[in-house]
Design a protein around this ligand. Structure first.
Ligand code: E4P
Length: 217
């Protein structure tokens, strides 16, 4: 499974990237707001650090303007994936932008039917939002499983990018189902290293080591 980091926080991306954990980055207008930075400037900085795809989202809602914005975002760097929402106009923009050779991440996907349309429109990535479905008591993981089945049934090359990830369980369950990528906030990726039995076992080892009176020389 590939890991994308869902943030526009450059320092957080750098820390994970130095560990070799980062296969790509996703941003959205809310994450740009949170960063407090200019979209072009921060996106360029991320693209210079990360070799993989960096998603930057259009904010126009009609296809011709979305396509124009997508072209401008794609000029920032060769590894930009233009993010478009899963609307009818977004699908038109997806078709046009992939036709021009750009990567396109179709975002805000909440149903298997939407995911099927995105694949037909040539999306590079489809972003089903797990956490936001869970928020309204629907099963985000069932959506990932349905999309996996549909894409495998017909051999679609669109990669399933599990998004709106809120927990470690979201990542591992999406991995078991076969999502190609998980995009998660840095704190969720870091939490994946934590286990109470690891902490407990380490404390015991260190106490016992202290009792030996030895040093590693
Ligand atoms: C994905 O590309 C989105 O940026 C993100 O995962 C949304 O997550 P949220 O529902 O936690 O805002």
């Amino acid at each position: 499974m590939k890991f994308f980091v869902d943030t526009a926080d450059v320092a957080a991306i750098r820390e994970l990237n130095d560990l070799g954990m980062v296969d790509g980055v996703t941003t959205n207008p809310s994450l740009i707001l949170k960063s407090g930075r200019d979209i072009r400037e921060v996106t360029q900085e991320i693209c210079e650090m990360i070799e993989g795809p960096v998603s930057a989202e259009v904010v126009a809602t009609e296809a011709p303007a979305m396509i124009e914005e997508g072209r401008k975002l794609a000029q920032i760097a060769p590894n930009i994936a233009v993010k478009v929402p899963l609307t009818w106009d977004g699908l038109k923009a997806c078709k046009a932008l992939t036709g021009e050779g750009h990567m396109v991440n179709v975002t805000l996907c909440f149903s298997a039917a939407q995911a099927l349309l995105a694949a037909k429109a040539g999306a590079t990535f489809i972003s089903p939002f797990i956490g936001r479905l869970d928020d309204i008591n629907l099963d985000g993981m069932e959506l990932i499983a349905d999309i996996r089945t549909i894409y495998d049934n017909y051999g679609f090359g669109t990669e399933i990018l599990a998004a709106s990830i809120r927990s470690v369980n979201h990542v591992t369950t999406a991995a078991k189902i076969g999502a190609d990528i998980a995009t998660a906030p840095p704190e969720v990726l870091k939490k994946m290293a934590a286990h109470p039995l690891t902490d407990k076992g380490l404390a015991t080892f260190l106490q016992d080591w202290e009792k030996t009176g030895q040093k590693i020389v």
